[in-house]
Ligand binder design. Structure first.
Ligand SMILES: [Zn+2]
Length: 310
């Protein structure tokens, strides 16, 4: 049997199943309920927080034959085909690999055509990757979209989306999940899927997720497949080396990471992330997505390097 990743298997199929993004879910669901859905939404947020999932649920709600209180039924022909990725009412395009003006013209030429359901939803992922020519072509359509068409533009970098496109769409921001939300997601998936995962495995998945549902469930996949790969050792060692001003220990930690196949860039990014966490903890504003284990580490490091206040 083909293995389906936990992230795909437990991808939310209704607005109420999307976690930690209440403001976004409420905006979209209310718009469906009150029949005042706009022609363009810009969904921004870190990777793995549910941008395309929200767009798919919206597409279902807009084509479902049995919408109840703004939620798609999940069982009608339209809902089933959107879940299966076979619906003609939802067109997904990765703007990163289709970023040329000709790609956009091809897409927009079809916009005027009809669609089997009530509403055709175009989901353009990584929309900030479009070239200037493609952006201009899209802009023209956003200015006068056909009635039955809705654009959902998704991006991890909203500041790179031109102002003219941003101003023609409602901008909804998804955020990283808090450690508490992520842990409850991981625990629910473990229980529902009947996985044999211990507390250490759950903690590992939450830490690896760093606020991203997709990253946490990918880490859980790896825990299930073969146990835990300890990605944190070199970061812990580097922090200790910094605190003790010990260059030899730092170089040894870096070398150990490389020996385990960890790219120096990844180690560097993890170190910067840990330093930022320590700084925020020292300032009394720990990030909400920080799990207890990372918070403890940040506190220990902050204590070691911060001059005592007398
Ligand atoms: Zn339905």
């Amino acid at each position: 049997m083909e293995y389906t990743s936990l992230y795909r298997r437990f991808r939310p199929r209704r607005f109420s199943e999307i976690r930690g993004q209440e403001h976004v879910v409420a905006a979209l669901r209310n718009a469906v309920r009150e029949d005042r859905v706009l022609h363009a939404y810009l969904l921004s947020g870190p990777r793995g927080t549910g941008k395309t999932t929200a767009a798919r649920v919206l597409a279902k709600a807009l084509n479902c034959t049995d919408v109840v209180d703004g939620e798609p039924c999940g069982t009608c022909e339209s809902c089933v085909s959107i879940d299966a990725g076979t619906s003609f009412d939802l067109h997904e395009l990765d703007a990163a690999s289709n970023n040329k003006v000709d790609d956009m013209r091809d897409l927009l030429a079809r916009v005027a055509l009809g669609t089997p359901g009530r509403t055709k939803v175009y989901l353009l992922d990584e929309v900030h990757m479009l070239t200037a020519g493609a952006e201009n072509a899209l802009l023209k359509t956003l200015e006068e979209p056909p009635d039955h068409v809705i654009f959902v533009l998704a991006t991890t970098e909203p500041h790179k989306v031109v102002e003219t496109i941003r101003s023609r769409s409602q901008h909804l921001e998804l955020n990283l999940l808090t450690a508490v939300e992520l842990e409850s997601l991981v625990r629910d998936v473990v229980a529902e899927a009947g996985l044999d995962v211990d507390e250490e495995g759950i903690t590992h998945a939450v830490r690896a997720g760093r606020g991203s549902a997709r990253d946490a469930l990918s880490a859980l996949d790896r825990v299930v497949a073969g146990g835990i790969t300890d990605d944190e050792t070199s970061t812990d060692e580097l922090l200790a080396a910094l605190a003790e001003r010990d260059p030899g220990r730092a170089l040894a930690a870096l070398a150990a990471g490389i020996a385990r196949g960890r790219e120096p860039r990844v180690t560097g990014e993890a170190l910067l992330g840990a330093l930022r966490e320590a700084f925020l903890v020292a300032m009394g504003v720990p990030p909400t997505q920080l799990p207890a284990a990372d918070r403890d580490r940040a506190e220990r490091f902050a204590e070691m390097v911060t001059p005592a206040v007398t």
